[in-house]
Design a protein around this ligand. Structure first.
Ligand SMILES: Cc1ncc(COP(=O)(O)O)c(C=O)c1O
Length: 385
């Protein structure tokens, strides 16, 4: 990895995360300040120089299917390459699932707090959303299995985000088996979003779909190299079907960007060293946040096992203006941009999401600024270079 701090300075001037709210530290958007792996940079340069920036040839689609199946084999049985479709992004995989497998008007069940588009996109496809608030216990978030049991119906779809944005959980096999039991009992379908699977920090990733014959019959999975290798702009994700009927109904295509397909092959196959370094940085950042927040009265942070995302609950903070609207308050007074909790489900107005995939000096600065804001002190704007 290149010198982290230089990369962060470079990205500050050009990335969406750093330019959405000028003068603040950008921690609201799921991007990393670590640039890209040299192997991916070389692949992009090669394609630009060769002038091969057109549609996806069959050979590249096949190469990405192979690379995806081999990558996923480390977590469980490798999926059949003939049942892996290529799409521009994971949300397209969710749209495809809604349109292909749900009856018109069927409900979508979403455990909250949830990645915001899970709470808005189904409605655009005519599906009502049933929010099921999750439980915070012993420093971590857990699915409310009783709540899910009550919400799931035969015609419904459960969105299972694992690893879980925004609370940083990597669900255990036992938890997933309990969800599998619910699916067996109700006959609901599942959309499993595994986009953060490459970013496990202190707990392994366990895929849901391969657990039982029923989960294989009822689940569509989506994954992408976009978060782990920081290439969301290259527009490429993989949708994985776990039985021949689902694959035939949805259709298998190469509907992604060619640069993304080629970068995806390189990411899954050749970038182990880079991702290990990223995970080490993130592990250290997660530890730093947990240690600092433990000293902030009235504020809690979960133990983050995976992702580069944490979920801060400010509801008990003595600075009541901050506690009522933490993201707004911190953007204005600390010059730190977090995402407002209410975007992630009902009842989370006093929480905020933080993306911590940055360098340690930047993270330290952000934490210092939030700490000052908790004491009612303002911080200066970040100079815009
Ligand atoms: C859980 C989750 N799913 C999906 C996405 C969006 O991915 P894509 O750009 O591939 O649609 C994100 C982006 O942050 C995410 O965190």
């Amino acid at each position: 990895m290149r010198d982290e701090f230089d990369v962060s300075r470079l990205i500050r001037n050009t990335s969406k995360k750093w330019t959405d709210f000028p003068g603040t530290i950008g921690m609201h958007l799921a991007e990393m300040d670590y640039g890209v792996a040299p192997e991916i940079r070389d692949c992009l340069i090669h394609d630009a120089e060769a002038g091969t920036l057109g549609y996806v040839p069959a050979v590249d689609g096949a190469a990405l299917r192979e690379a995806t199946a081999s990558y996923l084999a480390q977590f469980g049985p490798a999926p059949d390459t003939e049942r892996i479709g290529l799409l521009p992004d994971v949300l397209s995989a969710l749209s495809l699932t809604l349109d292909t497998f749900l009856a018109p008007g069927a409900p979508v069940v979403v455990p909250t707090p949830a990645y915001a588009p899970f709470l808005s996109l189904p409605a655009l496809h005519g599906h009502p959303i049933v929010e099921v608030p999750s439980l915070f216990d012993v420093g971590m978030w857990h699915l409310d299995l009783d709540g899910l049991r009550a919400a799931l119906t035969k015609d419904s779809l459960l969105i299972l985000c694992n690893p879980w944005n925004p609370v940083g959980r990597s669900l255990t096999r036992t938890e997933l088996e309990e969800v599998a039991t619910l699916i067996e009992a109700t006959g609901a379908r599942v959309f499993e979003d595994n986009i953060h699977a490459p970013l496990t920090l202190s707990a392994p990733f366990c895929p849901f779909a391969p657990l039982t014959p029923t989960t294989r019959a009822r689940t569509v999975s989506a994954i992408s190299a976009s978060k782990g290798w920081n290439i969301a702009g290259l527009k490429c994700a993989q949708v994985v079907f776990h039985n021949p009927d689902d694959a035939a109904r949805a259709g298998i295509g190469n509907d992604c960007a060619l640069v993304g397909a080629r970068a995806g092959v390189v990411a899954y196959r050749d970038c182990e060293g880079w991702i290990a370094q990223v995970q080490a940085n993130l592990r250290e950042n997660a530890r730093m946040i947990e240690e600092r927040v433990a000293h902030w009265p009235g504020v809690t942070a979960p133990h983050v096992e995976a992702t580069y995302i944490t979920w801060l609950d400010f509801s008990g903070a003595a600075n009541r203006a901050l506690a009522e609207h933490p993201a707004d308050y911190l953007r204005e007074h600390a010059k730190v941009s977090l995402s407002p909790g209410q975007n992630f489900g009902r009842g989370y107005e006093q929480s905020a999401r933080m993306i911590f995939a940055t360098t340690q000096p930047v993270l330290n600065d952000a934490l210092d600024r939030i700490e000052k804001a908790l004491r009612g002190q303002d911080s200066p704007a970040i100079p815009v270079a």
